[in-house]
Design a protein around this ligand. Structure first.
Ligand code: OOG
Ligand code: NI
Length: 268
């Protein structure tokens, strides 16, 4: 693996576990059941569709490392569009990048997001650490709450910015677990809360992909006018099935992804 690739994923992981302590404990819990390291199926990043920071700008970092576009996905109700990228080196995680279609939000929400993105330097996306650089703006609690009322995704972006939203354990590469049910049971027995939107298991062998995820950890963040305790990031688990050609399916499933996004929703 190239140095740049290694340091990018190391940087993303370090930042991610800083805000997601449950991911580190689950990584250790599953890691303790086997000799070889845990392999990541994919990671996911989020952004706004503004020119300075859109999906393509984030993707450039992976394209430069040899990643190729894999597929595209539409989430009409959530006003999101996504693409996935994959690398010919099978040990490298796939990358799922989504962007919020801001023009579909209310005038008020668009205005609030424009104000945030206005503070981002035109050249910011070029930095080696941009993908785990967090927010490039200051945000008031009321802005977060106003955005959350319309789009949980917009609110999450306003508070967390650019960083891995989740890493995903490849169940195919686990030595002691063959089913997603067994992984889920282990997590629940250990006290973790799974995202149950649409059922704990998203997808099926028929669509060649089964996924589950924890509900995001919560963290108290400093906003410009005080603190708020909000959802941070989550951990995902994926089991892939073979296509008729014998190769593992490498895409994503819109109906499942739609529910995975909700892992950062505020618990009611
Ligand atoms: C991405 C949700 C979709 C998947 O594996 O289907 C996804 C997100 O929450 O940003 O990761
Ligand atoms: Ni995912």
């Amino acid at each position: 693996m190239h140095n740049h690739t290694e340091s990018l994923f190391a940087g993303l992981w370090q930042d991610y576990v800083n805000h997601t302590p449950s991911a580190m404990s689950i990584h250790e819990l599953l890691g303790a059941t086997q000799d070889k390291p845990i392999i990541n199926d994919h990671i996911a990043l989020r952004t706004f569709n503004h020119d300075k920071v859109n999906l393509d700008k984030l993707a450039e970092h992976f394209i430069r490392l040899g990643y190729k576009e894999g597929g595209e996905y539409h989430f009409k109700a959530k006003k999101l569009y996504a693409k996935h990228f994959e690398h010919e080196d099978p040990t490298l995680p796939k990358v799922f990048i989504s962007q919020l279609l801001c023009e579909q939000l209310s005038e008020q929400a668009q205005h609030l997001i424009n104000q945030l993105v206005d503070s981002v330097d035109e050249q910011a996306y070029l930095a080696d650490d941009f993908l785990y650089s967090g927010i490039h703006w200051s945000v008031e609690r009321q802005v977060y709450e106003t955005l959350a009322a319309e789009s949980e995704y917009a609110a999450w972006m306003s508070a967390w910015g650019f960083r891995a939203n989740h890493f995903t354990v490849s169940i195919n590469e686990l030595e002691q677990y063959d089913t997603i049910e067994a992984v889920n049971q282990k997590l629940k027995d250990s006290g973790y809360t799974l995202n149950s939107a649409g059922g704990e298991i998203k997808g099926s062998p028929e669509v060649l992909l089964e996924q589950s995820s924890t509900m995001a950890d919560t963290k108290t963040l400093d906003f410009s006018d005080g603190q708020l305790t909000i959802p941070s990031c989550f951990y995902e688990f994926a089991l892939r099935y073979k296509k008729p050609d014998g190769k593992l399916y490498s895409g994503f499933v819109e109906a499942s992804a739609d529910k995975i996004f909700e892992s950062t929703n505020k618990a009611d």
